[in-house]
Design a protein around this ligand. Structure first.
Ligand code: ADP
Ligand code: F6P
Length: 327
């Protein structure tokens, strides 16, 4: 809840954790909204690393030109272990003072919000914006980059389908998601995959792969696409197991970091722009230490402690739908 309104003159912005398409649209919106409201806007490069090292520069209207359509992040990003320590956070706070940064907007995931909370606890008002392709931020039903990453994945998998079908093969495709299966489940639905392997559920090779293949075979299917979320069974190992157990020629494809790149989709650009706008609006209203989120399609915000304590998981009804139609 808004504490006492502070005299904020300068707002810093940084991107942290894995980059995600749409982060640039958020930076652009933040910088321009801040300038429009009379703030000095400071870009901090390379996440909390850059904050500790003072990699900061003043941003003007044109410094965010021609970035709305670009993937990656013009502010660069990093994972900074030092910032998890009190000594690292003290350095960050000292640098905020030195550079005249009165408040901070952090675009990243839960880890990045923990960093923001650490600064907030030391008197720097912070706002978090969910930015990660994984969609694994509990307080928000959507995160910047998620839509683009899934579209990148389905474009690649549609191509794989052509060759998989032509050879009557099985393709195992590993997608990203960290410890969450949002990308895998939705990409599975969108590409008409035969099976998805998700980190949220225990994996059983006989039940989840072989039985489903037999069922599909008996319904006349001759090629198979399996979407495996990263970190469960290596795609090549799974393809080998399938080939050994069924005799069906099987191949593995790891989509990897291509899922993190590319021009953001309309959904990512619009949501990132509106969340960036809202982040500055919150600071301007004197509402501090919040995470901007999307709930029921609307932009909302939560106290950072509340946001970090929330939980969400995949929709089991969606999984049931997938299991029924993926034959
Ligand atoms: P994400 O923000 O996508 O969850 P990470 O978990 O890698 O990604 O976190 C990004 C960065 O946020 C870390 O490299 C670190 O600088 C900072 N961070 C993560 N956890 C904490 C923490 N508990 N306290 C302070 N800073 C943290
Ligand atoms: O959080 C985004 C993400 O791409 C995850 O899907 C993946 O597990 C991880 O980052 C990969 O991290 P790195 O870029 O350090 O290899």
């Amino acid at each position: 809840m808004p504490s006492e309104k502070k005299n904020i003159k300068s707002i810093g912005v940084l991107t942290s954790g894995g980059d995600a398409p749409g982060m640039n649209a958020a930076v652009r919106a933040i910088v321009r909204t801040g300038l429009a409201r009379g703030y000095r806007m400071v870009g901090i490069q390379r996440g909390y690393n850059g904050l500790i090292n003072g990699e900061c520069y003043d941003m003007g209207w044109r410094s965010v030109s021609n970035i709305i359509n670009r993937g990656g992040t013009v502010l660069y990003t990093a994972r900074c272990l030092e910032f998890k320590t009190q000594a690292g956070q003290a350095k960050g706070l000292a640098m905020c003072k030195e550079k005249g940064i009165d408040a901070l907007i952090v675009i990243g995931g839960d880890g990045s919000f923990m960093g923001a909370r650490a600064l907030a606890n030391q008197g720097i008002p912070c706002i978090g914006i969910p930015g990660t392709i994984d969609n694994d931020i509990a307080c928000s039903e959507y995160t910047i980059g998620y839509d683009t990453a899934m579209n990148t994945a389905i474009e690649a998998i549609d191509k794989l389908r052509d060759t998989t079908q032509s050879h009557d093969r099985c393709s195992v495709v590993e997608v990203m998601g960290h410890h969450a299966g949002y990308i895998a489940l939705n990409v599975g639905i969108a590409t008409g995959a035969m099976a998805v392997i998700l980190p949220e559920l225990p994996f059983d090779f006989e039940r989840d792969i072989l039985q489903r293949m037999r069922r599909a075979q008996s319904a006349g299917k001759r090629h198979y696409i399996i979407i495996a979320s990263e970190g469960i069974v290596p795609a090549q190992e799974l393809a080998n197991q399938i080939q050994a157990a069924t005799g069906i020629d099987s191949r593995a494809t790891v989509l990897g970091h291509i899922q993190r790149g590319g021009s953001p989709t309309l959904r990512d650009r619009v949501n990132a722009s509106l969340m960036g706008y809202r982040a500055v609006e919150l600071l301007d209203e004197g509402t501090y230490n919040r995470v901007v989120a999307i709930k029921d399609g609307n932009i909302v915000d939560y106290d950072v402690n509340e946001a970090l304590a929330m939980h969400k998981t995949i929709d089991l009804h969606d999984l049931e739908a997938f299991n029924t139609i993926s034959i």
